[in-house]
Design a protein around this ligand. Structure first.
Ligand code: TEU
Ligand code: CA
Length: 555
């Protein structure tokens, strides 16, 4: 496989609302990002991915776009964007934009016209259906609560929204919709951006006839029903042919519920579709046993299951497609709380251990803002502390309406898994408002900001920040890290995650203790080993101290 620039890259995800405020209105913005580019350069990342910054009523924090070619004024102007792009490039980095085209906002001009009548220019831009016996056209449940259908009296029809009612799904069957999307993509690519992260892109092709879900009331995006639909390959190939193939850019498709076989199909060399996908297997390991509760649960992840999920993707895509690697993003709780231990006694070591475990795999790693500080969950205890519509709607639907769970239990579930855990403002220092803003931030800071902040991390040579810096450097310097194949050790070991990578006669051994106990593991190697990286000072050979993680090279 010829090597591509994005196979050498580490991506840093910025949640613009919560990164850096520059004009003291309490909301992060584009000039704020410019201010922090030296910090990102020091970390060593190659590419920045921005969550949506377009015109939006922000019902779902920008994943509801009202105008794809305008910057939301609170984030800045188009001139601020152009300057940001220029500055990112001047700092030797690249920029990925979020492409959200499964749905628009209901405030988008297309939808405003579409809903007026059945015979306007945009009438077929969305998925409209007549009522069936006076009811919704099928039993699909929306991701953010309630039915996936909303009735519009002007048309006497329902429209489909897989997420919130303010996020109507586009009708990709309509060639004019596709042309409109290609046009938006070219607009940004012609400005010189370096690629796209594509929101729920495997949901754009709906199943023929929109059949009922087998289990009414459950989330509809289950395998085989809405995801990876019949025309998805056609649409992605058309996108590639008409747009992407004309630029040297990278693409990552967000694909909830896709399997490795699907991903090989989308990311394979000869498929001419996407470069990599975000798979969800390892972040969907602890669903509630009661399916009506979906992802809401507070059970810890079992290590053998986590290993199985990640190893499956490592093995399946090797030489056939390309993996993305991530623990965190704006939709997931903080990894150190979820997969390891955020007790102050262990947090720093545990965060480094997780970083090592993931970054030594094959694929393109993504770091979500604050992950490089080992940020933990916020541990909220009241519903009014939450901002995210998914969390708030789920509480009302599951506790108040359906009475499937009691309030205190649901609050535990939210504390464990809510997206808001990731969305607190970036803690830059220990001053009031953490250097994020002089004004009260739009969303409360994580109360730990006086200890866990970027300034403290940069001043401490043993910080998680410098560990991530080393991980990024190791990838840049090593073809073994980038391209080596993957060989899991002891899949059933419930305490240690260990694997080997092999490339041109060299071997890398990675071993991570996921417990707070001291363990012994002897993975015998014929040749002498060199310790490449560790999160403890002195190597004790076969002994693994709490959350210890080591990387050895054999060559
Ligand atoms: O997320 C899609 C998705 O399937 C989930 O991760 C979703 O966030 C939800 O938590 C399921 O329980 C993408 C975006 O990343 C997310 O922020 C948006 O809200 C969503 O699409 C709709 O655009
Ligand atoms: Ca601002």
């Amino acid at each position: 496989m010829t090597h591509k620039w994005w196979q050498n890259a580490v991506i840093y995800q910025i949640y613009p609302q919560s990164f850096q405020d520059s004009n003291n209105d309490g909301i992060g913005d584009l000039p704020g990002i410019v201010k922090r580019l030296p910090y990102l350069q020091k970390l060593g990342v190659d590419v920045l991915w921005l969550n949506p910054i377009y015109q939006s009523p922000l019902k779902d924090n920008g994943y509801d776009i009202a105008d794809y070619k305008k910057i939301l004024p609170v984030y800045g102007s188009m001139a601020d964007f152009d300057n940001l792009l220029k500055q990112i490039h001047a700092h030797g980095m690249k920029l990925l934009m979020d492409l959200v085209v499964n749905h628009t906002s209901d405030q988008h001009r297309w939808f405003q016209e579409s809903k007026q009548s059945k015979d306007n220019q945009y009438a077929d831009y969305y998925i409209w259906r007549d009522p069936v016996n006076g009811h919704e056209p099928n039993n699909w449940h929306a991701a953010f609560g309630g039915s996936a259908w909303t009735f519009v009296p002007e048309r006497g029809q329902y429209y489909l929204h897989l997420f919130a009612p303010g996020q109507p799904d586009l009708n990709w069957e309509n060639p004019a919709v596709r042309e409109s999307v290609w046009n938006i993509m070219r607009f940004w690519l012609d400005k010189g951006i370096d690629g796209f992260r594509m929101d729920v892109i495997n949901l754009i092709s709906k199943p023929a006839g929109l059949p009922d879900a087998p289990e009414p009331g459950t989330y509809p995006l289950t395998e085989g029903l809405v995801a990876d639909g019949p025309k998805l390959d056609d649409y992605l190939r058309e996108m590639n042919e008409k747009v992407l193939s004309h630029y040297d850019v990278m693409t990552v498709g967000e694909m909830p519920s896709s399997k490795p076989e699907d991903a090989i199909n989308y990311t394979g060399l000869n498929s001419h579709e996407l470069n990599m996908v975000f798979q969800f297997q390892h972040v969907a390991l602890e669903p509630n046993p009661d399916k009506r509760l979906g992802k809401w649960n507070d059970q810890p992840v079992k290590l053998p299951e986590l290993k199985k999920a990640l190893s499956r993707w490592q093995k399946a895509l090797d030489g056939k497609g390309w993996n993305s690697l991530y623990w965190n993003n704006h939709d997931q709780p903080r990894a150190v709380s979820r997969f390891a231990n955020d007790d102050p006694k262990y947090r720093v070591r545990a965060a480094k251990m997780l970083g090592t475990t993931l970054h030594m795999m094959q694929g393109t790693p993504f770091v979500f803002e604050g992950e490089e500080l080992g940020m933990a969950n916020v541990h909220y205890t009241h519903l009014d502390q939450y901002e995210d519509l998914e969390s708030i709607n789920a509480y009302h639907e599951l506790v108040d309406e359906k009475k499937l769970v009691d309030g205190p239990t649901m609050l535990k579930y939210l504390a464990n898994i809510s997206r808001d855990n990731a969305r607190t403002p970036m803690p830059w220092d220990d001053s009031q408002n953490a250097g994020f803003s002089d004004a009260t931030p739009w969303f409360a800071l994580n109360p730990t900001y006086q200890q866990i902040n970027a300034k403290a991390a940069v001043a401490d040579k043993d910080s998680v920040f410098y560990h991530y810096q080393k991980l990024i450097q190791l990838r840049h310097d090593s073809d073994l890290v980038k391209f080596g194949n993957y060989d899991e050790i002891d899949p059933d070991d419930a305490e240690v995650f260990a694997y080997r990578r092999h490339y041109q006669g060299d071997t890398l051994l990675v071993m991570s203790n996921f417990t707070d106990k001291t363990l012994t593991r002897n993975y015998r190697q014929a040749r002498a080993a060199k310790l490449v990286l560790s999160n403890y000072d002195n190597d004790q050979g076969v002994t693994l101290r709490p959350y210890e993680s080591k990387v050895y090279l054999f060559n």
